[in-house]
Design a protein around this ligand. Sequence first.
Ligand SMILES: [Mg+2]
Length: 232
Amino acid sequence: MSHAGLFVVGTDTGVGKTTVAVAVIGQLVGQGVRVGVYKPVSTGSADGLSDSQRLWDASGRPLSLAKVCPQVFSLAIAPPHSARAEGTTVNQRLLLDGIVPWRQVSQCVVVEGAGGLFSPLGDTLLNVDVAHDFGLPLVIVDAARLGAIGRSLATVRAAQASGLRVAAVVLSHTHPVDVSRANDPASDAGIARASAIDLAARLAPIPVAMLAYKAQQFSQEIDWLALASCER
Ligand SMILES: [Mg+2]
């Protein structure tokens, strides 16, 4: 039973968590690590490939898709509200226990939360509570656009104040940018690069990486297995 893992959480919803999680999983699988993947709850997966499917595909499809995400609700709103719209509630016991089968078959479990660190997963449990219960360090994801420094620092400091360890921060490009303009400090690419450099200086030794639009490789080498295994 392995307790190594990473909890991928956003500064907000729609900042590129799944793409970052898939890149982390891809790197670990490439190193020969048996990776478990867990999405405690998801909502609004009607459009295209669901987060859970993408996580499962990246990990090589161990166990079953139903084990990746045991609780799915159709309306693309906060999970407890989405469940209520279906006349039910999120099973909070299952939110916490759904990781156990993954720990039994994996060396490392990559968990993708839903929304931001303080977004609700169930009636009383927030992402921060579930990450705490799992004892996992966080990978904090923000969109690589103006405001990233403030949003990322707010989430990092709140995580640390909540007793969580921050393994890494990733700025994820959720839209294509013109990288040839990276030397223009006011361009999207320039803002993203300067934000990552600024955050790295403020957060050292916590690694800060960028992930280009739909990329599978980070802007810098990060030893995800070491970060996932590091006891506190
Ligand atoms: Mg996602």
